[in-house]
Design a protein. Structure first.
Length: 262
């Protein structure tokens, strides 16, 4: 019987793709990319914003780690195929996919009752199809290497869904369990992280610290309602490393207990 070692959290020799890792400054995607690199992975920093992706890749390289930047539109299969090909060309394959790219501020400004077909299609295309599209393209690369790990980004705002954004994220939860079922025999694990009100540039712009919503939810949250993006990285490393090898189809809510709100 082998004893557990903290080395099981290490990702040396692994190759990770993080989508949505180059935009919006202080972002969760950037934190994920840096954390994976610090754990030993070679990282593909992917984003629709190619300049932002390059900035994060340069930051990782300055830390002495390996990273390349790729501009990608996750809703376009040819673009995702080019991303996967770039990962293999740079680092030899793909072991980890973090489906972090999503629309949030763009689709939360109107109630569901005022969401028209164009807005509905755009939200679902990015937040749900984008993750499925990336999984479809990347899974064969993972299978070539004996398996891998996919992590989708859902949201505390999906439990229960009370906005169109929440609707897209609960749909992504469903995609997570379905992909976990379909890809398990290939030794590909599929899980998700449900962040709470994270202190990103986008999150703080949407819900400032002094907003009535933040104050109301804070009173019903067991520990602090908000934390910085790096607070999510422990959950990510568990899900993508050998330490989490017996986990699939799960959502880890990292939100100070907000998901328990009444």
């Amino acid at each position: 019987m082998a004893d557990f070692s903290n080395n099981e959290f290490r990702l040396d020799g692994k190759v990770a793709i993080v989508t949505g890792a180059g935009g919006r400054g202080n972002s969760i995607g950037r934190a994920y990319a840096v954390a994976l690199a610090n754990a030993g992975a070679s990282v593909v920093v992917a984003d629709l914003n190619g300049e932002g992706a390059q900035k994060v890749a340069d930051e990782i390289a300055a830390l002495g780690h390996k990273a390349v930047a790729v501009q990608v539109d996750i809703t376009d299969t040819a673009s995702v195929e080019a991303m996967a090909a770039a990962a293999k060309a740079a680092f030899g394959g793909i072991d980890i996919l973090v489906n972090n790219a999503a629309l949030m501020v763009e689709i939360v400004d109107k109630p569901l009752m005022q969401t028209d077909r164009a807005r509905f299609d755009k939200g679902m295309a990015v937040n749900v199809w984008g993750a499925i599209n990336c999984a479809q393209v990347v899974a064969p690369f993972m299978a070539e290497r004996g398996g891998g790990s996919i992590v989708n980004q859902v949201s505390a705002g999906a439990y229960p869904a009370q906005s169109y954004y929440g609707v897209t994220k609960i749909a992504l939860h469903g995609a997570t369990t379905t992909l976990a079922t379909e890809l398990g025999k290939q030794n590909i694990r599929v899980n998700a992280i449900g962040p709470g009100m994270t202190k990103t540039d986008a999150g703080l712009a949407l819900t400032p610290e002094d907003s009535p919503l933040v104050q109301a939810i804070s009173s019903r949250t067991p520990i602090q309602l908000r934390d910085t993006p790096d607070a999510l990285c422990g959950a990510l490393l568990l899900l993508v490393s050998e330490a989490g090898r017996w986990m699939t189809g799960q959502v880890l809510n990292v939100d100070g207990g907000w998901v328990m709100r009444g």
